[in-house]
Design a protein around this ligand. Structure first.
Ligand code: KIV
Ligand code: NA
Length: 265
C-alpha cells in the first residue's frame, strides 16, 4: 500500500481532494480505521477525556500520549499518524518543545506532531520543524486554553479574534507547518483562511470549505452520548449497541444459556 505522507496531503489540497481524519488511541481501533481507508489518524490529547475520563485535556502527560501513540502505530500500515503534544510539553520554551517532539518521534514511530496556538508558540514550531519533524498547527478553539476562554463556545466571531486567527494561520504556514486544524470557528472565516493558504486546513466545527475534516472517534461512533454539538455527525450508536450486547450476555449467563454444549470442551 502507498503510505500517506505530509506531501500527499499538500497534493490532495492542490488537487481539491478532501482529507479525512479521525482520532484513535489504541491498536485495535487504529487498525480498523486505517483498513477502512482513513488518510490521517490523530492520537489526540482528547484521550484525556475519552480514554482517561478527565474533564479537560490538561491532565494527560507526555508519557501517556506516548503510550497511546505506540499502540496506534502498531495498528496501522497506510495512514499518516499525527500525535498531539500535550499541555505543558511545548509552551514554555522551544528547547522543551523540541525535546518533547523528539521523544514522540523516537519512542513511538509516529510521523508528525500537532500543537495548539499561533504566534505564542511560533518559536517552538520553528525549532521542531528545523529538526525535521513535521508539525500540524491548531487554531480557533484550543482546548488546552479552556481556562483562558472559559467556555467551549465558537471562537473568532469578533473581528479582533478573527484577524488574529488569519495572521496566525499565515505565520504557521511560514514557519513550515504542513497543515492546520481549525476548531469551532465560523465557516466563512474557515473558508477565507483555507483559500489564503497553500497548506491544508482540517476542520472540526469549521464548515464545509476546509480542505479536510476531523472528528473524535468516540463522538462519531456514538460511544459518548452526552456530547452532541451541532457540528457532530454521529455514524453509529455504539453506546446503545454495546449496552444491549452486554445486557444479552448477562441474561445468557444468568439463564445458563451460555455456554452451550458447542461452546465447551
Ligand atoms: O485531541 C483531539 O481530538 C483534537 C481534535 C479535536 C482535532 O485535537
Ligand atoms: Na487535541
Amino acid at each position: 500500500v502507498k503510505k500517506v505522507t505530509t506531501n500527499t496531503l499538500l497534493k490532495m489540497k492542490a488537487n481539491g481532494e478532501k482529507i479525512s481524519m479521525l482520532t484513535a488511541y489504541d491498536f485495535s481501533f487504529a487498525g480498523i480505521i486505517d483498513s477502512a481507508g482513513i488518510d490521517v489518524l490523530l492520537v489526540g490529547d482528547s484521550a484525556s477525556n475519552v480514554m482517561a475520563g478527565h474533564e479537560t485535556t490538561l491532565p494527560i502527560t507526555l508519557d501517556q500520549m506516548i503510550y497511546h501513540a505506540q499502540s496506534v502505530i502498531r495498528g496501522v500500515s497506510r495512514c499518516l499518524v499525527v500525535v498531539d503534544l500535550p499541555f505543558g510539553s511545548y509552551q514554555s520554551n522551544s528547547q522543551i518543545a523540541l525535546a518533547s517532539a523528539i521523544r514522540i518521534m523516537k519512542e513511538t514511530g509516529a510521523h508528525a506532531v500537532k500543537l495548539e496556538g499561533g504566534e505564542e508558540v511560533l518559536s517552538s514550531i520553528k525549532s521542531i520543524v528545523s529538526a525535521g519533524v513535521p508539525v500540524m498547527g491548531h487554531l480557533g478553539l484550543t482546548p488546552q486554553s479552556i481556562y483562558k476562554f472559559g467556555t467551549y463556545n465558537v471562537r473568532a466571531k469578533e473581528q479582533e479574534e478573527a484577524d488574529k486567527l488569519r495572521r496566525d494561520a499565515l505565520l504557521l504556514q511560514e514557519a513550515g507547518c504542513f497543515g492546520i486544524v481549525l476548531e469551532k470557528i465560523p465557516a466563512t472565516l474557515a473558508r477565507e483562511v483555507s483559500e489564503s493558504l497553500d497548506i491544508p486546513t482540517i476542520g472540526i466545527g469549521a464548515g464545509k470549505y476546509c480542505d479536510g475534516q476531523v472528528l473524535v472517534m468516540h463522538d462519531m461512533l456514538g460511544i459518548n452520548t452526552e456530547f452532541k454539538p451541532r457540528f457532530l455527525r454521529q455514524y453509529l450508536n455504539l453506546h446503545e449497541q454495546v449496552t444491549s450486547a452486554v445486557a444479552k450476555y448477562i441474561a445468557d449467563v444468568k439463564s445458563n444459556d451460555f455456554p452451550n454444549d458447542q461452546e465447551q470442551y
